[in-house]
Design a protein around this ligand. Sequence first.
Ligand code: FAD
Length: 325
Amino acid sequence: MSRTFLIIAEHRDGKLRQVTAEALQAALLASGDGDRISAVLLGSGTEPLAEELSSFPLSEIHVVDDPGLSAYNPEAYTAVLGELIEAVRPDAVFMGHTAMGRDIAPALAAKLQAGQLSDVIAIERNDGDGTVLFTRPIYAGKALEKKTFVQFPWVVTVRPNNFPAAPSLEGHRAPVVKAGIAAPSQLRTIVKDVVRKTSGKVDLTEAKVIVSGGRGVKNADGFKPLEELAALLVGAVGASRGACDAGYCDYALQIGQTGKVVTPELYIACGISGAIQHLAGMSGSRVIVAINKDPEAPIFKVADYGIVGDLFEVVPLLTQEFRKV
Ligand code: FAD
């Protein structure tokens, strides 16, 4: 029996977020021959985004373009997606485990009377019987569990940076369908200004390289060498809660159990002790480098490379060496 999968596209600053292509890749892994994968795109002035999305291996793209959806509003987005889902009746919905995904996925699961699995990091499909095994971290990343759904429909959120982005196909143009749905007028948001609390241009949850600072950076100025290294490596700056609590940086940078969960290719922890709550947010990084004065610091237990030394000497040296590459 052929199934219908629906991807919820996310975008920011007029560009598709990478997690959209990753959610599509997850759906491709979970789907079988003959299954259809379509996407839904919400926003205002979405034409260029729909154009970009149409080159991905999708059967169609449902677009709801309404000025009332120009800024993310959980009630309006959930109402519109709920209506669309009533019409499309997908067997599975896939989206990023982002702030928006965490917000919307449970509401959509309730609407669809679906089972939900959040923060999925791996998918294995048995083509013989069609069962799909989903892997997700539990207990703040200390263990992994493997789960399967016993029936359709499903709602799945995928951790950013864990699945490769689905490739766009040369010459492919998925049809764009305008869904005749409008944002509920009483739920419109009027945005006067957006104040972004990030460091630099790279989104922390999608960054391939993160240079992170802890209480060891001593003060707000102590982040400067880290910012320099991050900019050179086209990465983002993150922080421990210790650094945020001390007022050295904004909480938007916090990584960990009560902050952001990140899985970059390279995580450089500078002056971070490695408390379990911090590890919960970064231990899935591909390569971890720890710089700490204390050779006994717990961060060295999870690090692939450890440098015992003063971060104010080591970080500028690393920047100097990377500049030569
Ligand atoms: P510290 O533990 O003080 O470590 C500073 C490190 O810097 C030390 O290892 C020291 O040797 C080193 N150092 C000092 N100077 C230098 C130097 N010049 N060069 C090199 N190294 C130097 N924490 C998080 O990070 N994220 C979370 O989401 C989070 N959630 C939490 C939730 C709860 C419910 C609780 C109770 C705690 C949570 N915490 C979280 C806090 C966590 O327990 C730690 O307190 C925090 O991570 C410590 O931050 P730190 O490593 O920067 O500071």
